[in-house]
Design a binder for this molecule. Sequence first.
Ligand SMILES: CC(C)=CCC/C(C)=C/CC/C(C)=C/CC/C(C)=C/[C@@H]1[C@@H](COP(=O)(O)OP(=O)(O)O)[C@]1(C)CC/C=C(\C)CC/C=C(\C)CCC=C(C)C
Length: 426
Amino acid sequence: MAAALLRVVVPMEFSFSGFLDATGEASGRDMNLQTACWVQKRKKNRWPLYSLFADTKYAICGQELVKDSNTPIYPNLVASPAREIAISSEQRVYEVVLKQAALVEKQFKKKSTLQVKPDLSFPRTSFLLREAYDRCGEICAEYAKTFYLGTLLMTPERRRAIWAIYVWCRRTDELVDGPNAPHITPSALDRWETRLDDVFAGRPYDILDAALSDTILNFPIDIQPFKDMIEGMRLDLKKSRYKNFDELYLYCYYVAGTVGLMSVPVMGISPESRATTETVYSSALALGIANQLTNILRDVGEDARRGRVYLPQEELTIAGLSDEDIFNGKVTDRWRNFMKNQIKRARLFFQEAEKGATELSQASRWPVWASLLLYRQILDEIEANDYNNFSKRAYVSKVKKLMSLPMAYERSLRRPSSKKLEFVKP
Ligand SMILES: CC(C)=CCC/C(C)=C/CC/C(C)=C/CC/C(C)=C/[C@@H]1[C@@H](COP(=O)(O)OP(=O)(O)O)[C@]1(C)CC/C=C(\C)CC/C=C(\C)CCC=C(C)C
């Protein structure tokens, strides 16, 4: 498997270029009906002007996570002496969210009259394409068993598409996190990006890419979040410190928020939902950010041993801490207080993600709830370890994981809110 993943940056002798056309199935396939059903007519929000100023609701000032219930929440904005910043990462990312939501709406308008039966089209697809998706499913089952089981509840077409996206993300992550990571250069990532362009143009290099090329034909998926994930990997190659939460937020968007944006067009929004498309995308983004923040908080010690500190430097300073304290790995009261605020902020992102999870199409909700509940418990485990994330890895036991699954199922049965949904930026 590792060999297959590594092959991705090596120029291929044999290319699957034109593979999809050769199947005679993938190109020109109609958009599926589910796509058309997800979207209701939705109005776009303008980015609120007050977000450009630094009096934020959840900025971490001093030892406390400042929380004022009258103002909106912008965790990534840390007060600057001038009380304003130019363009926050949050605003930049929100523009991507709007673009993704607009794309889905455009497709809906174009295709709403089509009567395509999505799952009937699959038996006609070629053996090779079926093989491609099966392989993606196997990789998914190998790397993320619980998540794989969750996808089995989705419709076959959606499940295959999510596997294809998962495999592309996993391969991308493996470039900088896998066994060959020390040999990965920016030009290897450039090659990976060229290859992505080819996948989106229907010219996959290998069988796993072919599954993604097919997925892109079936769902209104934009290339931007994929490109942004590669950008996150570029950041990982050149950056090992994050000045403030604004910088960290952008990194979290690149490596994890993008996953949310890639997944929603496949998972679909419930026809019962009254939430705006961009609200659901914002929640998906929030889940990615929450997961990545949790990942960072869990792995503080492990990252430090690789010379990396993802925690915002300015917030460490405000808390009276430095890189030195992290490398020393001693749990002090200062560290505990600092961690309490970091955990609180991650939980706010989970809270926002919860709202959108309920708005997804019924069959897609369970794996999302399972992922949310399981990952959020890592935060509880960090607390249970008395904030020692230097030498203890917070870990959710098998029993707790199993216990969460029925709870995730129960949550997935909750119907979308009948009220118009408001997304509050954490
Ligand atoms: C249903 C569901 C969860 C779908 C997502 C499927 C998918 C395409 C996953 C790809 C995950 C992946 C391989 C990402 C590469 C970058 C990366 C490694 C990110 C980190 C994940 C955990 O990594 P890892 O497996 O190494 O973790 P462990 O060390 O083993 O703990 C991340 C922390 C982030 C992953 C981000 C998500 C799963 C975002 C999920 C958001 C949605 C599916 C949107 C849901 C929609 C709403 C409206 C809430």
